[in-house]
Design a protein around this ligand. Structure first.
Ligand code: NBG
Length: 814
């Protein structure tokens, strides 16, 4: 572990560098600079400090020729870069002084930093938290992804419904990236194949696109390591512009070829759960892995010859099924292009890849129609068939005469349209598979991937997710970070989160609790200010800040949260205040544009917000703020203010959840089911510091399997009935409300009705504890003290130990 002292720059030096960058890169002066000029120049100034470290890191890597971890992910939610990089280089204070000396408000400059929203939700943010930890732990690593021109859509509400607007995040340029147009890779699609000897083949693509990389720096915290994330952008070949058509006035046709090629990296698919049967999405996936594998081979060859050492120097982690086409691609390169024997190529491939599964929902496991793969990637389809054939032969040898087993294991789904099961391909072509929380990993082997757990028991691991304490405490919650550092005597805990355990005794210290409450209150004030200016809702900074932030999905059960809000509203209206404490209900989250059921729930939440917020009678007790456009930046504002974390999915559905960790580490108590990582959070923080309710995964599965009658709960529970009726005919009626209620009473896939009473009673317990602020604060402090386990540093250590066999390579001290 190398410790770097913060960069020793004075405000004058930073000012000098900034003025220099203004002149050299923006061609302007302080006097005439626009706010954007100042932002860009400041970003470059900070970036320069990271570049020195990056160079030293690459030197250390070059000298040691280490094993590299390559993370393949279709999504990265990196969050804003400026604030983070100022803190990581220790230049935050001096930069502030420098800007002030120039008469510039640092907040105005910081506001121009655009978040690259290259992901949908937890999976993409996890990728960013893992990269942060990899660098912090000095592990040689590169993240590979796609540089989408348009990231996750921007969300607005019109008449309470979600409206999606394009996110042209690089409109003014992205100062954090280094384009490398000369490192282009060629990627083929379509075309024909010809058979050769020994499983070999020749593929002649019908279309060729170029992938152009650029990289962003990923600094470690408190160390000299700076890794990179390398993002690919599709570009047409040179001279694709058709001058003659343009000359003939056919302007659209003149750029047709360019548009076709560049479409590949145009947009991030705004979906995180269901497979979109779109050729373009498959194209994106292949584009990502074809470019990245080439790049990895290029890097490997800088210091190594031949293929024998490849699996020792390269491990590739597949983040969900999106990049799994990398497995047949590596086989194609090794067998067709490099001329290796199939067996040898397969042995190399299987030792290179590891796969993380992030779901339990069968509908979220990608499958592609065989006809589509055959058309788009004909050679890969042949290779997949061969892989499958050999794998099933192997199984047949071990378990002769079990056709059902073969059917369950096969990479090809038969019966109806033939499809390729990407998760099966991932399991067969890798040496390790992991789930993302203890319960999830267990359920994977018992349900979703059960057939494989039987034949490949040693393949399966658990690596519980984690979050970056730098992003979600140091950057997001400076107040709490300072308070903790003061208590623990320095900020070393940010690199060693288990040290939070030392806070345990602080829970009993009244003075510390008072300071804690003051920090929380200030954070709630900031959130209230934001809510006021963006949505016009006035939040009381002393009210319990009750937060549900995550993608809108039925299994996550935002509808349960809304039903309870209606119950609170109705209790207040009828003067039944026994279980009521002042609450600010905060929602944040997007729904996939085509996911109508989720959008109905979102609509309902907005309708409830409108009615509640307009009612002076309930105003002292209840406000609802649905903050639009939830993203990492918004998370950094909401999470530090939260007192209560809503983790209320139907048990057995949420793979891990990561907002549960972010909120717990910021001192929110959890109300939740035994689902995903909630289980481990509860184990660690202690049952007495966690509001548990509802069915567990086994109970939920049993109820689901039997004759379930959601309507009976409605009939028997007065409060539930009143809440539901208020949606169909009462104050919360809206267009679509009938369908929503029809779903709940008729089928209720996610058992909202069955868990309603337990949830509502548990919320009463929340209110009871909240009334005792000392007790609440003690619990909050204990939550933080006992949540060190959920650092992404621990996650990376687990991966390094159990899966990657990767070791730190610290750069030489500065
Ligand atoms: C999501 C799960 C979450 C989990 C994140 C990160 C997908 C496919 N899965 O529960 O729903 O926390 O992955 O592992 O986005």
């Amino acid at each position: 572990m190398t410790h770097v002292s913060p960069v020793c720059a004075t405000p004058t030096e930073i000012e000098f560098e900034l003025v220099g960058n203004l002149a050299r890169s923006r061609g302007t002066t302080v006097e005439s600079a626009s706010p954007e000029d100042l932002y860009q120049a400041l970003a470059l100034t900070v970036r320069d400090h990271l570049v020195d470290r990056y160079i030293r890191t690459t030197q250390a890597h070059y000298e040691t020729n280490p094993r590299f971890v390559y993370y393949f992910s279709a999504e990265y939610m990196l969050g804003r870069q400026l604030g983070q990089n100022l803190l990581y280089t220790g230049t935050a204070d001096v930069a502030r002084s420098a800007l002030e000396a120039l008469g510039v408000d640092p907040a105005d400059v910081a506001a121009l930093d655009v978040e690259p929203g290259l992901g949908n939700g937890g999976l993409g943010r996890l990728a960013a938290c893992l990269l942060d930890a990899l660098a912090t732990l000095d592990i040689p690593a590169v993240g590979y992804g796609i540089r989408y021109d348009f990231g996750i859509f921007k969300q607005e509400f019109r008449e309470e419904a979600q409206v999606e607007r394009p996110d042209d995040w690089t409109y003014y340029g992205n100062p954090w990236e280094f384009p490398a147009p000369d490192d282009q890779q060629r990627v083929g699609f379509y075309g024909t194949t010809e058979p050769g000897e020994g499983g070999r083949g020749t593929w002649t693509p019908g279309e060729v696109v170029r992938g152009e990389p650029s990289h962003m720096l990923v600094p470690g915290y408190g160390t000299g390591t700076v890794n990179i994330v390398r993002l690919w952008r599709a570009r047409a070949a040179r001279e694709s512009f058709d001058l003659s058509r343009f000359g003939a006035g056919r302007y659209g046709e003149a750029v047709e070829a360019i548009v076709r090629s560049e479409t590949i990296s145009k947009v991030l698919y705004p979906d995180d759960s269901t497979e979109l049967g779109r050729e373009l999405r498959l194209k994106q996936q292949y584009f990502l892995v074809a470019c990245s594998l080439r790049d990895i081979i290029r890097r490997y060859r800088l210091r190594n010859d031949g293929w024998d050492a490849f699996p020792d120097k390269v491990v590739i982690q597949l983040n969900d099924t999106h990049p799994v086409i990398a497995i047949p691609e590596l086989m194609r390169i090794l067998v067709d292009e490099e001329g290796l024997e199939w067996e040898r190529a397969w042995s190399i491939t299987q030792r290179v890849f590891a796969y993380t599964c992030h779901t339990l929902l069968p509908e979220a496991l990608e499958t592609w129609p065989v006809w589509l793969l055959r058309r788009l990637l004909p050679r890969h389809m042949e290779i997949i068939f061969l892989i499958n054939h050999r794998f099933l032969q192997q199984v047949e040898r071990l378990h002769p005469g079990e056709p059902e087993r073969l059917r369950l294991l096969s990479i090809i789904e038969e019966g109806g349209e033939q499809r390729v099961r990407m998760a099966h391909l991932a399991v067969v072509g890798s040496f390790a598979v992991n789930g993302v929380a203890a319960l999830h990993s267990r359920l994977l082997t018992e349900t979703t991937l059960r057939a494989f757990a039987d034949v490949l028991p040693h393949h399966f691991h658990n690596v519980t997710n984690g979050i970056s304490p730098r992003r979600f405490l140091l950057v997001a919650n400076p107040g709490l970070t300072r308070l903790i550092s003061a208590r623990l005597g320095g900020s070393e805990w940010l690199r060693d989160l288990d040290r939070l355990a030392e806070l345990e005794s602080a829970a009993g210290d009244p003075e510390f609790r008072a300071r804690w409450q003051a920090v929380k209150r200030r954070n709630r004030q900031e959130l209230a200010h934001y809510a006021q200016t963006t949505t016009g809702v006035t939040l009381d900074p002393d009210a319990l800040c009750d937060v549900m932030i995550k993608r809108f999905h039925e299994y996550k059960r935002q509808v349960l949260r809304v039903l309870h809000v209606i119950v609170l509203y109705q209790r207040i209206k009828r003067g039944d205040l026994a279980g009521v404490v002042p609450r600010s209900i905060v929602f944040g989250g997007k729904a996939a544009p085509g996911y109508h059921a989720a959008k109905r729930v979102m609509r309902l939440a907005n309708v409830v917000a409108r009615v509640v917020n307009a009612d002076p009678e309930v105003a002292p007790y209840l406000k609802v703020a649905f903050l639009p456009d939830y993203n990492v930046t918004r998370a950094e504002l909401i999470i530090p203010a939260a007192d209560l974390s809503e983790q209320i999915s139907m048990a057995g559905k949420e793979a891990s959840g990561t907002s549960n960790m972010k909120l717990a580490l910021n001192g929110a108590l959890t109300i939740g089911t035994l689902d995903g990582a909630n289980v481990e959070i509860r184990e660690r923080v202690g049952a007495e510091n966690f509001f548990l309710f509802g069915m567990d995964a086994a109970e939920a599965a049993a109820l689901r399997a039997g004759p379930y009658q959601p309507r009976s709960y409605y009939e028997q529970d007065f409060e539930l009935r009143a809440a539901i009726d208020a949606i169909t005919g009462g104050p919360f009626a809206f267009d679509g409300g009938d369908i929503l209620v029809g779903d709940l009473l008729g089928h209720d896939e996610y058992l909202t009705m069955a868990d309603f009473r337990a949830y509502t009673d548990c919320q009463d317990e929340v209110a009871r504890v909240w009334r005792d602020q000392d007790e609440w604060t003690r619990r909050a402090i204990r939550n933080v003290a006992r949540s060190g386990f959920f650092s992404s540093d621990r996650t990376i250590r687990d991966y390094c130990r159990d899966i990657w066999r990767a070791v730190p390579v610290p750069p030489k001290p500065e």
